[in-house]
Design a protein around this ligand. Sequence first.
Ligand code: GLN
Length: 536
Amino acid sequence: MDPKYIFFTGGVVSSVGKGVTAAAIGRLLKERGFKVMVQKLDPYINVDPGTMSPYQHGEVYVLDDGAETDLDLGHYERFIDIRLNRACNTTTGQVYAEVIGKERRGDFLGGTIQVIPHITNEIKHRILMVAKVTGAEIILVEVGGTVGDIESQPFLEALRQLRKELGRENTLSIHVTWLPYIQATSELKTKPTQHSVRELRSIGIQPDMIVARSDQPVEENLLEKIALFCDVEKDAVIPMQTAPVLYEIPLKLEQAGVAEFILRKFNIRALTTPDWEPWQKLVEDIRRPKPGIRIALVGKYVELHDAYISVREALFHAATRQGVDVQIEWVHAVNLEKEKGLEQLKGVHGIVVPGGFGSRGIEGKIKAAEYARENRIPYLGLCLGMQVMTIDFARAALGTENVNSAEFDPATPNPVIDLMPDQQHITEKGGTMRLGLYPCQLKLGTIAAGAYPTELVQERHRHRFEFNNLFRDRLEKKGLVLSGLSPDGTLVEIAELKDHPFMLGTQFHPEFLSRPNAPHPLFLAFIAAVKKHAGV
Ligand code: GLN
């Protein structure tokens, strides 16, 4: 079978769940036995989101191969339970960098470089690449932003051309829109959807399916209206009301017959019968009333929960599996530095310090680690969270406050966290950290080794600084356990405290590998400790 392509565009407004819709549809197809891949096309000019502030962009999601990508790739991986690669996130920046590089090399000698065909050709090349490098049978391609944005025009033009080149039987276009609710008349409106479809058609793309998002139930007559005005089949207008449980969406789309419609359009048959039982069980587990646990998440972008979306999901997956409801208290690290700031941590059953960069709020995070250590509250440190846990421990163990990470105090006499040797001469910021999958050897008899099913694990990384080996002996003697090392023994990957119920930090980001139906082992172990502490 030729690879099949499903193009996702957004209409009316952004942030209505286009990424989750694509991810959920990917799941429907995977359940039918197809090898599915998903690609996000991001119209911004940055090469990748790696150097963007989380306030701008939410979390940076890291893949096995070290690509720093859009957080939608996290949705794709979690919903479909697949591993994506660098080719799965393309930005305008990458496309232009490639084309301009070719121009400088003289590849187009004599030619004038233009958006059409040079930029659109490069976009098409990158879309087709995904199937080539992965052997995927169905490729879902999501264009960021909404139709009408100046930035996304070359991407939409490339999709239009691909439709023609690959043939209608091999491509499908799904438009995800929003139905606003008018309070005064208590009704949902389809006009913005009609306009956005008109805009899409003006660029030459006729959607095959419209997913109509809304906060209210959508009545039958509205679906008919959308079908009529937007010229799509009635059963191809899919109402998608905001779901209280995100992981319910694949089940809802299944019920709406989305997969059948897609397969019919592609003229292909399912290879296997979907087995929704595990998902149904997952949703039941999520819905069932459960005892609550409170976990403080101490970060500096806490106003924007999307900045920690994988951490939040990983906690949620593990808590659901362990039969508890996790309530996250979003604690701003800077506030912990204030007088009486620590009162915010009173009564929490667990503390998580996630990844981060830069010195703002760092002392507040160290205080959170100290509080967890002294009060024997379960603590999970992720990357920076492991580093601040080490700083706090070293300050106590060495009996001096003069301990820090060279990232925050380059002149500190005790840099327990220091720049990795191979980072010393790097000056460029983009894509130059230690990124992606690296192995970690666990030390038997530790909390970490007890959590994982195997002794050698592979985890995703994103850091420049590391545990300074000059301090190993001194800190180990005082009760710091280096429970995970790189196989050659040179890098500390996991540290934990001996005399504490659960105080563990990882130099890597386990949150990226947690799945709803396969919670991450360290998160499971952490939640188990939190439950014990909470007495539930
Ligand atoms: N800033 C730290 C480093 O570069 C931690 C990075 C992170 O938390 N992802 O090592």
